[in-house]
Design a protein around this ligand. Structure first.
Ligand SMILES: NC(=O)c1ccc[n+]([C@@H]2O[C@H](COP(=O)([O-])OP(=O)(O)OC[C@H]3O[C@@H](n4cnc5c(N)ncnc54)[C@H](OP(=O)(O)O)[C@@H]3O)[C@@H](O)[C@H]2O)c1
Length: 251
């Protein structure tokens, strides 16, 4: 599908992956609304980059733990662009808590992770569904993690939230067919992101040693796969792992 002239809403456009996804979509001719919470400078940089590519851009501040804020942001985006064809659920929050330290995973942390990473994407999909359906060729792409497929990540809450997001992908693919396709990218460690840089060296190097390509995911690979899912007319309900080839993830 030719994406030129269409409109996308990319959550977390102030972050590393969200900025790259926004720019890849803009390169494909898409106008982009992007959300941020605290990083207004990052959002402004992404807006500038999209405009430099000749496309329209809008940054909206929204804490996606708040259902009312999601509805308000949706209205703002629709008012500005008149339509929304694509939703990229990229925003997420995490905190490092070793799996074995169950007591450190408080109910507050659990709720913050699940509300941001799982309930938020559902509420965004629900709010945008009428607009995604309107022209018969809507797209949702969710950014999960291999932590949602295998019990390894920054915390049990993060893994559970991403596992939920993967299954939400399949449920929404059924719910929104045939007008909207819903797919998911599950990255491993993404080189060059602040999230990856926060990992202790021994952990990051352990991952690089394990993957058969000797390097893990790149930001560009994630962004291009999002564009590919948006272009495709016959893929829905799918999860694509991008991780440099962890043998355990090859199935
Ligand atoms: N980096 C990796 O190695 C890696 C690996 C696997 C999966 N992923 C996934 O890839 C996606 C992007 O990661 P990234 O590395 O680009 O992360 P990032 O740079 O930390 O960006 C995260 C984004 O989420 C936004 N956000 C956080 N809490 C939010 C909330 N309550 N409401 C709305 N937005 C919120 C942040 O907004 P502000 O900054 O404006 O506050 C930011 O724009 C995430 O879904 C992550 O789980 C990343």
């Amino acid at each position: 599908m030719d994406l030129a002239g269409r409109v996308a809403f990319v959550t977390g456009g102030s972050g590393d992956v969200g900025a790259a996804v926004s720019q890849s979509l803009a390169t494909a001719g898409v106008d982009v609304a992007l959300s941020y919470v605290g990083n207004a400078d990052g959002a402004a940089k992404t807006v500038d980059a999209i405009q430099a590519l000749g496309r329209r851009a809008l940054a909206v501040q929204v804490d996606q733990r708040d259902p009312a804020a999601i509805d308000a942001a949706t209205r703002q985006v629709v008012e500005r662009f008149g339509r929304v064809d694509m939703l990229v659920n990229n925003a997420a929050w995490n905190i490092g808590i070793p799996f074995k330290n169950l007591d450190a995973l408080t109910s507050d942390v659990w709720d913050r992770v699940l509300e941001t990473n799982l309930r938020g994407p559902f509420l965004l999909a629900r709010a945008l569904a009428p607009h995604l359906r309107e022209h018969g060729c809507g797209r949702i792409v969710n950014i999960a993690s291999i932590g949602g497929l295998y019990p390894t990540s920054s915390s049990i809450a993060y893994s559970a939230s991403k596992a939920g997001l993967i299954h939400l992908t399949r449920c929404l693919a059924v719910a929104l067919a045939p007008e909207v396709t819903v797919n998911c990218v599950a990255p491993g460690l993404i080189e060059g992101t602040r999230m990856a840089q926060r990992l202790p060296d021994e952990v990051a190097n352990g991952v690089r040693d394990k993957v058969v390509l000797g390097r893990t995911a790149s930001i560009a690979d994630i962004a291009e796969q999002v564009v590919t899912f948006c272009r495709s007319e016959s893929i829905t309900g799918q999860v694509l792992v991008i991780d440099g080839g962890e043998p355990g993830c090859m199935r």
